[in-house]
Design a protein around this ligand. Structure first.
Ligand code: URA
Length: 192
């Protein structure tokens, strides 16, 4: 993308994020402290999608800044990724009460925002963290499909989608830590 196009897309992304911060489009909105649009470069090659903000993210208005975020940062760094170069967001932009899993209706209500972010960033790669974001692009059990990339046609564009586990799943199932590490390494090799 050329310089002027980059500036224009950045402006549109900033406006979109302002819209996300101020919208009241779904029942989760009234209880949030901050909506969490996501962050990262407009020309990121890799776009990472989590589930929904937790308590720390709701306070800060930024994705993956709490306990799961620390684990994510560590796993990314170990695999040789620079977090600053990745666009990181969530399927749902407002925190569900008690950090429960977002309902399908909430994911659907927020999907137009994610779709517009993808249109603006136009990444080559999408890494989905956990089942909620994975099932927006792919079918099947995460335990079976993780750690590989799939060419997916989504809204008329082609993306390489690489599903893996959600970092918070590691707190419930410690063995997944190694799986997540291995998957990030594979992703790094595939992208390089
Ligand atoms: N879990 C998520 O899915 N996203 C965050 O931003 C934080 C925790």
């Amino acid at each position: 993308m050329n310089f002027m196009e980059k500036i224009e897309r950045q402006k549109q992304l900033d406006r979109l994020h302002e819209e996300i911060r101020t919208t009241e489009h779904c029942p989760l909105c009234p209880d949030r402290t901050n909506a969490v649009p996501g962050e990262g470069p407009i020309d990121a090659r890799l776009f990472m999608i989590g589930e929904a903000p937790g308590a720390e993210e709701d306070k800060a208005g930024r994705p993956f800044v709490g306990r799961a975020g620390m684990l994510l940062n560590k796993a990314l760094a170990e695999a040789g990724f620079d977090r600053e170069k990745i666009f990181i967001t969530n399927a749902v932009k407002c925190r569900p009460p008690q950090n429960r899993k977002p309902k399908a209706s909430e994911v659907l209500a927020c999907k137009p925002f994610l779709d517009r972010q993808l249109e603006l960033v136009q990444p080559e790669w999408i890494c989905t963290l956990g089942t909620v974001s994975t099932h927006l692009f792919l079918e099947g059990a995460l335990t079976k499909i993780h750690g590989k990339d799939y060419l997916v046609d989504y809204n008329g564009r082609k993306y390489r989608v690489f599903p893996t586990f959600h970092p918070a799943a590691v707190f419930r199932v410690p063995a997944l830590k190694e799986e997540l590490r291995k998957d990030f390494k594979k992703l790094r090799e595939r992208i390089a």
